[in-house]
Ligand binder design. Structure first.
Ligand code: MN
Length: 320
């Protein structure tokens, strides 16, 4: 089935459902939240009951996406996942079975009755935009804000190589409804608290480089979080992306210590497939950004990453 047909199919499926719970991935970002909010509002406009399920604390950068949102009371008959690539990222409180899965991760392995995975979409927000358009539901300011934030977030504000002509065309459509797109971008990409700034300084000061500077490894330990009174969920995701801006670096890994393990955020430059690297340790994601978990202590996980990446960095990987 081609892409357009899939959008048409899912739009008609959504028109037929009575109600839905829309689930977002753990450690929510603007793509999962914005896509969920926009889809939720669209379904509500059709007179259906819809709620979104968000687990874990939301970063202060993207709290604005949920402004004005209130849960409805109903018995959900359908579960829709947005931007969730694997079962391990499904919220614990979500129903076990996913009925409809909407996503753009090439590594998607969710078991669902119906799956719409469009790998060349820069963000799930782009897919949700097309579904809403296909359903014939007029956009409102809030939906536009959420979808714009979703796309801006996953494209690094239209800078990353996943950005397409379509990303820009959709954003251009959304701009007709946006009050202040610059404000959305400032909130998501620029503002930071003094605490964030100081934690970032410490992380950068302790960053180490290996293999002629092609690998950058940084870490955020529990002690560091305690010192600044910040929870892991509040740590700015931008820290991971900062490391890959260093000219010599091909692969960067930010290790974050949390209860029960180490969460790793990987970033790569062209020629090094971040999803493939994360897959070595049971993780997944995109070509330029991915993640995985280790159950070992911080120093063990760190050494494993350094050792395992040796081959990748000396021989390169042919993924793009
Ligand atoms: Mn996404």
């Amino acid at each position: 089935m081609n892409k357009e047909k899939k959008i048409i199919t899912i739009a008609s499926m959504l028109k037929k459902i009575n109600n839905a719970n829309i689930i977002t991935h753990k450690n929510p970002d603007a793509d999962t939240l914005g896509s969920a909010m926009a889809l939720c509002l669209a379904l509500r406009k059709l007179g259906k009951c819809a709620n979104i399920i968000v687990e874990e604390e939301i970063s202060s950068r993207i709290e604005f996406l949920l402004e004005g949102y209130e849960n409805l009371n109903f018995k959900p008959q359908c579960t829709i996942s947005v931007d969730i690539s694997s079962d391990s990222l499904i919220p614990e409180s979500a129903p076990e079975k996913v009925d409809i899965c909407i996503d753009h991760h090439a590594t998607n392995n969710i078991a669902a009755d119906y799956k719409l995975v469009i790998e060349d979409a820069a963000a799930t927000g782009e897919i949700v935009f097309e579904i809403i358009e296909e359903m014939g539901i007029p956009l409102c300011k809030t939906m536009a804000k959420c979808l714009y934030a979703a796309i801006a977030s996953d494209t690094g504000c239209f800078k990353y190589s996943n950005t397409t002509k379509k990303s820009h065309l959709i954003a251009a459509e959304l701009m007709d409804y946006l009050e202040d797109f610059a404000k959305i971008n400032r909130k998501m990409f620029e503002f930071e608290s003094i605490k964030d700034f100081k934690l970032k300084q410490m992380v950068f000061a302790n960053t180490e480089f290996f293999y002629n500077g092609t690998l950058a490894i940084a870490e955020i330990s529990k002690e560091m979080l305690d010192e600044f009174g910040i929870t892991l969920e509040q740590v700015d995701v931008a820290i991971a992306s900062e490391l890959i801006k260093i000219e010599e670096v091909k692969v960067s890994a930010l290790l974050k210590e949390k209860d029960g393990g180490i969460k790793v955020s990987l970033r790569t430059v062209e020629g090094y497939d971040a999803a493939e690297i994360a897959a070595m340790w049971g993780g997944g994601g995109h070509k330029r950004a991915s993640g995985c978990m280790f159950t070992e202590p911080l120093h063990v996980a760190r050494q494993k990453i350094i050792d395992d990446l040796k081959v990748f960095l000396f021989e390169g990987n042919n993924g793009n």
